[in-house]
Design a protein around this ligand. Sequence first.
Ligand SMILES: [Zn+2]
Ligand SMILES: [Zn+2]
Length: 325
Amino acid sequence: METLSGSGLFPHFVPHAPQPDPTPARFSLLRRAVSWVATLVGITVPVAGLVMAIVLSALWGFSWINVGLMVGMYFLTMTGVTVGFHRLFTHRSFQTVKPVQYVLGVLGSMSLQGSLLDWVGRHRRHHQHSDKTDDPHSPYPHGAGLLGLFRGFWHAHIGWAFAPMPTELARYSGDLRRSRALRAISALFPLWALLGVLIPAAIGLWCLGWRGAITGFLWGGLVRILLGHQVTWCVNSVCHLWGAKPYASGDESRNNAMVGVLALGEGWHNNHHAFPSSARHGLRWWQLDISYWVIRALEVCRLAWKVRLPSERELELRGELVAAS
Ligand SMILES: [Zn+2]
Ligand SMILES: [Zn+2]
């Protein structure tokens, strides 16, 4: 176990001067239009998938295999996001062997939340400018009153995904870009996303025939992606608006128990913003953090090491700051 003493927000992140975007303006505009449409398709198709899945369940009957495919694929792909994209690649809260890194990178890509390098770049930017102007998905400030709250929630939850990608985002993931394998995993994002819906379809076909292929594609693919999207986006929206704030973090991050459970531990978001390099987000025994259990299991199997946790003194210090403010 390692404590966080002496570490900055991103000890591995060495910013360098932003490079000018070499893409001519008309291509840049086209690229933005393509990205906007791809985002719209990526968000709306899973919603249509849910409607289809419900209709077909009513027509063809209920199957536990579909429930198993949805829950199993949700756990695997969300672990790729929470343990891989977030705690390993973004925050370096533990170290692990290369095969585990690659498996987590591929599983996270199957969640259809963007490529590995884009995800990490955007999330590091979120921590650097948390709830300030350059935060890509803060619910603040979007005006006063109920309308301002709704606009802020909408932007933090879903609206940010349609905003153009900041040109300097690449410099936030410079350390990961040095690895050819991670660059390849990131570039092959469409392939992993496709595999993420084809694998449950293939299992459904094997277990239940051609109807199973369709329902496996819907429940283990599209509905699972929809659930993963909404739960992950709740970390950006709900967890910066509603919940407890036990630690001084310099922003509006909150601990929200419901998101905490559904997002495999990521909803203990104030804990995370106060101690971003900690591998454990549920810092109290009652704060369920399944992602940390996965990291602990890897550690027990000697597949993870340098698992970083805040010391009791660091917890006390941040807690005292909140009490004093
Ligand atoms: Zn946050
Ligand atoms: Zn983070």
